[in-house]
Ligand binder design. Sequence first.
Ligand SMILES: [Zn+2]
Length: 169
Amino acid sequence: MVKFWGVLGSIACPSQQHLKYGGNTSCVEVMIDDQPAAILDCGTGVHGLGAEFLRREIKHATVLMSHTHWDHINGFPFFAPVFRKDCSLAIYAGHLHERGGIQQVLADHLEQPLFPVPLELMGVRKDFNDFQPGTSFDIGNQIKVRTTKLNHPGGATAYRLEKDGAAVC
Ligand SMILES: [Zn+2]
């Protein structure tokens, strides 16, 4: 199952004209066999997903970042599990291996005076993974992830999740 928690680009728009598809920025949840497989991007849509994770008592998530423009990461500090020491996140990015990596980019984004809670004080266990686009890797539960480079300012990565002969891109 694929659930779109946020579909807008650039900026969240909580106005009446956005009621049909929702006013949040990019966040997609992929579920396989009723288990969370991956979160694609952490736009403002990930806020609602975080509440859902707590309700369902989900303790681990794999986060696949397409890229790190604001509209794809601004929900990250509002994803409730980031403040839980009993939760863990595996965070992947394919466009930052020559720019200090995803950990550094998120830390810079969450630093004073831009945000009050620095990344290192967020209690969730964090495992950061930078890779070259084009590589493949496993994210557990026999789910294989293939990646490729996208044409986007600053770089971006596309993901294909495969399991048991089925795939979603
Ligand atoms: Zn972008």
